[in-house]
Design a protein around this ligand. Structure first.
Ligand SMILES: CC(C)(COP(=O)(O)OP(=O)(O)OC[C@H]1O[C@@H](n2cnc3c(N)ncnc32)[C@H](O[C@H]2O[C@H](COP(=O)(O)OP(=O)(O)OP(=O)(O)O)[C@@H](O)[C@H]2O)[C@@H]1O)[C@@H](O)C(=O)NCCC(=O)NCCS
Ligand code: ADE
Length: 289
């Protein structure tokens, strides 16, 4: 009789598990303004929750390979940056294969790929230290990366002179370290419940971020509405309060009317949840999914 042998996941596999789980938790979180969630497709005609899940699952090998490459190299280096670039592009190709050409997680591959590699290099480090190491990787040039001057992000960064996904990583993910994570922990401390704490973290990110997805679809008016609307929810008491919920409904309505979806903020919420699970600064959440 053959016995089944349970093998423990390797450190790289564990990081990939956490990255995929963060993407699934982000997709499932509801109600998110303009974004795909359990209620529906938000401002998207080509996305739905099942596709977001399938896309997230398809990225497990890419995240595991990026973390494993970091384990083998052992330090921030040009060679590691170039390997990560190739693995990131392979991950994008896999995502587009699974989604039939729809861009579900490009920004998430970038953010979580860098953070998974950095987490492997900085075992046991704080979220801030991991983000700093990811930033050092992001600042290294990847000569093999085909710079696309026509990507949505590149176009709006040029047009409006704002930082995008690249700069967010190069500066050590300030949206995550200075806004998403502190808000997640602060809302948890008030006992709002895990889902509301995560919504508050998303809103804290939205209130600051120059989200190139929103700029691309809705220009500066859309960006201003996103940031101001997110601030209004938090000022009214956050997602757990009645007044905050009212503001959140208004923000969702306006994002849909503007055809705007904060995909960059969603990716950075996933990065927040990843770092929170990896390097918790507070007791683990109870009752989370
Ligand atoms: C350096 C790259 C990130 C490329 O950046 P660039 O800005 O040139 O390219 P984009 O194609 O626009 O992708 C950037 C994605 O990053 C997310 N994002 C947006 N703003 C921010 C921000 N301020 N900070 C952080 N992240 C941000 C966002 O991703 C989400 O939105 C995606 C959907 O966007 P879009 O295709 O525009 O969608 P729609 O509006 O739906 O399109 P239409 O229907 O209107 O047509 C979704 O994927 C979310 O993830 C931006 O899209 C980097 O990607 C890169 O260089 N990669 C190469 C590989 C590599 O080197 N990897 C390194 C190792 S990991
Ligand atoms: N939940 C979501 N909806 C739409 N675009 C996204 N990009 C990343 N997460 C997303």
């Amino acid at each position: 009789m053959s016995a089944l042998i349970a093998t423990r996941p390797s450190p790289a596999e564990r990081l990939a598990d956490l990255a995929v789980q963060a993407l699934i938790d982000e997709a499932d979180l509801s109600p998110k303004p303009g974004l795909v969630d359990r209620r529906g497709s938000g401002a998207h005609s080509d996305l739905h929750l099942g596709l977001m899940h399938a896309s997230a699952q398809s990225l497990w090998p890419a995240f595991a390979a990026m973390a494993e490459a970091a384990r083998i190299e052992g330090r921030v280096s040009q060679a590691l940056r170039e390997t990560l670039g190739q693995l990131g592009r392979d991950g994008e190709a896999q995502m587009l294969h699974v989604t039939n050409g729809v861009n579900t997680h490009r920004g998430a591959i970038w953010a979580l790929g860098l953070l998974s590699a950095a987490a492997m290099l900085e075992t046991g480090a704080s979220a801030g230290e991991i983000a700093t190491s990811a930033a050092a990787l992001a600042r290294l040039d990847d000569p093999a990366a085909p710079y696309d001057p026509d990507s949505h992000g590149a176009r709006v960064c040029r047009r409006y002179g704002v930082p995008g996904a690249r700069e967010q990583a190069q500066h050590g993910f300030p949206a995550v370290i200075e806004h998403g994570l502190p808000q997640l922990l602060a809302s948890r401390r008030t006992g709002t419940g895990e889902q509301n704490a995560r919504l508050d973290a998303l809103l804290a990110i939205m209130s600051q971020l120059t989200d190139t997805c929103v700029l691309h679809r809705a220009g500066l008016e859309g960006l201003e509405r996103m940031q101001q609307g997110a601030r209004a929810v938090l000022a009214a008491g956050g997602a757990a309060s009645l007044a905050g919920r009212r503001q959140l409904r208004l923000l969702d309505r306006d994002m849909l009317a503007l055809n705007a979806s904060p995909g960059g903020a969603a990716d950075l919420l996933a990065a927040t949840l990843f770092l929170d699970r990896l390097a918790p600064a507070a007791p683990a959440p109870t009752g989370s999914n």
